[in-house]
Design a protein around this ligand. Structure first.
Ligand SMILES: [Zn+2]
Ligand SMILES: [Zn+2]
Length: 274
């Protein structure tokens, strides 16, 4: 019997939360991915979308899980101060980051955003949280039943991609990342080879990208090209530009399916079963 392996999208937006009438269908919360692999929970990023997930978790019996940060730009961490389980000493939340050149980078960042006058509650009230750091590029020791590997991405200040393998199925999360560095791109293609689902930074279009070189993001066209090159079954366009409306994402989704039949536009609330 195969055990459950799924990903739920609690936030799909990049840069900043974007509530409003133009983003109702795809959602305006920033990045948070709930991955369930058997009994195990892995949360990737703690953007604004994580707040509602935290409320759901409080009602579950599960009390121990891993939170993997792709990096610590605000859109990926801004949900942590509003993530109820993090304050509850009955939980154990191991928070991982692999993009810092110096040790204690993750704890320092969280302590900075959770200190007056930025935020009234200090980081030392996060009773459930332990901070764990690693260098992007290796495996993470989460336990025997699941394999989690990491890879360095091309992003200002660094970022870390993840691949989760579980009982013969695989999911990759590649955000935030700007393609164009041949060595990094080749390493990513090998890293995501053959995965069932690849969540990919599709902030821009190929036509827009020249205006944003150096901003650290990729395009939906690159998502489909990479998926074809690396034999990915379902490229999922993710980290939508805050200016992108639902109608524009419909158009992008149709165009992406023309390039790769398995392409999907990430939508808040969407669940994919691997
Ligand atoms: Zn981002
Ligand atoms: Zn970023």
């Amino acid at each position: 019997m195969t055990r459950d392996f799924s990903v739920r999208f609690w936030g799909v937006r990049g840069s900043t939360p974007t509530p409003g009438e133009d983003t109702l269908r795809y959602g305006g919360e920033t990045t948070a991915l709930e991955i369930r692999a058997g009994e195990r929970l892995i949360l990737i990023d703690c953007g604004s979308g994580a707040r509602r997930f935290g409320q759901q978790l409080m009602a579950e019996s599960l009390r121990s899980f891993d939170l993997l940060f792709t990096h610590t730009h605000l859109d990926h961490i801004c949900g942590l101060p509003f993530f109820s389980p993090a304050y509850d000493k009955n939980f154990q939340i191991r928070c991982w980051a692999g993009h810092f050149p110096e040790p204690s980078g993750l704890q320092n960042v969280i302590s900075r955003i959770m200190s007056p006058p930025i935020f009234p509650v200090a980081a030392d009230t996060l009773n459930a949280v332990t901070f764990k750091e690693f260098k992007a590029g290796g495996a993470l020791a989460l336990g025997d039943d699941v394999s989690v590997r990491s890879i360095k991405l091309n992003h200002p200040g660094g970022a870390c991609g993840y691949r989760v393998d579980f009982e013969g199925r695989a999911l990759a999360v590649i955000t935030d990342h700007e393609h164009g560095d041949a060595a990094i791109d080749a390493a990513i293609a090998a890293f995501v080879q053959g995965v069932d689902v690849m969540v990919y930074d599709s902030m821009y279009t190929d036509e827009e990208l020249p205006r944003y070189i150096g901003w650290g993001h990729s395009t939906w066209q690159e998502a489909t090209r990479l998926a074809r090159r690396a034999d990915v079954a379902r490229p999922v366009l993710f980290h939508h530009d805050p200016c992108r409306t639902d109608d524009q994402l419909d158009v992008i989704g149709a165009a992406a399916r023309g390039e790769h039949a398995g392409a999907l536009v990430a939508r808040q609330g969407m669940v994919l079963t691997l």
